[in-house]
Design a protein around this ligand. Structure first.
Ligand SMILES: Cc1ncc(COP(=O)(O)O)c(C=O)c1O
Length: 424
């Protein structure tokens, strides 16, 4: 049976929960625009106060899900208050995303991602979007999709299911661990392509190692061979700045609830052009699913969904734009480089790339004989520090911009104390 107390991690963690009033969401001002130039640390500290994460908690796991800051929560709460009055202007207007084009939400997000509105469908998470790709193409038994051995379950399993039902072949290449440079990854992909390869589907940023794959080069390689390129970008929006149309891929999916700190229940599917759309069957069908004139909007016809979720998304984009993706990315990289270097000093093996250009805000290291799950539980239950990783000894350390060096030092100090305590 589901044990809520155990799920929360016991009394120490459950006691962290504080009720939050609508008033509290409005009471913490954003940092002044010129503070960054005057005192950068103070600027990031002021942004830290936008997050409800208690001051004594260090959250080194945005890789799974982000925490929505005050402006996002305020937009969602206000959105419910507004929409639930059912006073929409038109007699046919109702507060449900899932019917209609909803450009007021698609356009700001498309702009943020360097895409055009007609290329962008907002969905409910990256898993949903990945399934659209795996279900979408007509493929014959024996036709191949090429994926890496580091795909998330929601990237790999839709293809596995398709292969079990319809005989499509799922071919995997092994990512170098770690990749010394981008060319090494590209060569592995090139070597794994066969005459039957129809689609290359890989993560833009690996969920397990944090490695940023050379997406533009992979897209160009695929195009040169007449292969569709599709990327799972769950970790990319809000972690690093990039431009989808410049990348040149055919399809791209992602989550906004991770690094962009948007509402849970936000993901997207980007489709490059009408040629690609003509080849991608919809997965969810309701009125308008097959109307090609709607472009990407036809993939957004998903039935009744939650408009305040989209209002939160717009607020998340506004916040990221107000800070600036260039600043956010610089901060992410600086913190990840720091934690990575410190773990290397402690004898860890790097699973992310030693090339800093191939990582953003995730530094994954292997540090046997430390048992990841035991350390993870100890850090969270006793010290309010949250990490995640893979068994037996892999630690995935994610460094969102709101962390400080002092937060990272706290983790490092605890890590040292844990090893001493265990005599390892
Ligand atoms: C690479 C990757 N793809 C997809 C997902 C699933 O994302 P979502 O929860 O938005 O469906 C994750 C989640 O961690 C991920 O890391």
């Amino acid at each position: 049976m589901f044990d809520r107390r155990n799920f929360l991690g016991g009394a120490a963690v459950a006691s962290l929960a504080q009720p939050i009033s609508a008033q509290a969401l409005r009471s913490v001002p954003l940092p002044a625009a010129d503070l960054y130039g005057r005192d950068e640390d103070a600027y990031w500290q002021a942004l830290r106060a936008q997050f409800l994460i208690p001051a004594d908690v260090v959250n080194l796991n945005v890789g799974t899900v982000g925490s929505s800051p005050r402006p996002v929560l305020k937009a969602i709460f206000d959105g419910f208050e507004q929409t639930e009055q059912m006073t929409q202007e038109g007699s046919e207007d109702y507060p449900i995303w899932g019917y209609g084009a909803w450009e007021a939400y698609r356009k700001p997000f498309a702009d943020f991602m360097g895409a055009r509105v007609e290329q962008m469908a907002i969905l409910r998470n990256c898993t949903e979007a990945n399934n659209y790709i795996a279900n979408g193409f007509d493929m014959k038994p024996g036709d191949e999709v090429l994926i890496s051995d580091e795909e998330h379950g929601s990237g790999e399993m839709p293809w596995i299911m398709r292969s079990r039902r319809y005989g499509v072949a799922v071919r995997k290449f092994a990512m170098p661990k770690p990749p010394k440079d981008a060319a090494e990854i590209l060569n592995r992909i090139n070597d794994a392509i066969t005459p039957r390869t129809r689609i290359i589907f890989v993560s833009h940023i690996s969920t397990s190692t944090g490695v940023i794959l050379p997406a533009k080069d992979i897209a160009a390689l695929a195009r040169s061979k007449g292969i569709i390129s599709a990327f799972d970008g769950a970790h990319a929006p809000g972690m690093i700045g990039f431009d989808l149309n410049d990348m040149g891929c055919d399809l791209y999916t992602g989550s906004m609830h991770k690094w962009l700190f948007a509402t849970k229940g936000t993901g997207f599917l980007y489709l490059r052009d009408r040629d690609v759309m003509d080849r991608v069957w919809n997965t969810i069908a309701t009125g308008g699913y097959d109307d090609p004139t709607r472009m990407a909007d036809r993939y957004m016809q998903i039935g009744s969904s939650c408009i305040p979720t989209l209002m939160g998304l717009n607020a998340a984009i506004d916040l990221a734009n107000a800070i600036g993706m260039d600043r956010i990315e610089r901060r992410h990289r600086m913190l990840a480089d720091y934690i990575h270097a410190e773990m290397m000093k402690r004898g860890a093996q790097s699973w992310t790339s030693p090339d800093p250009t191939l990582r953003g805000a995730i530094a994954t290291v292997n540090i046997a004989p430390v048992q990841r799950m035991e350390l993870q539980d100890w850090l969270w239950k006793n010290h309010k520090v949250r990490i995640r990783g893979g068994n037996p000894s892999k630690l995935r350390l994610a460094t969102p911009y709101f962390l400080s060096r002092a937060d990272i030092d706290r983790f490092l100090g605890l890590f040292d104390a844990y090893r001493k305590m265990k005599g390892i």
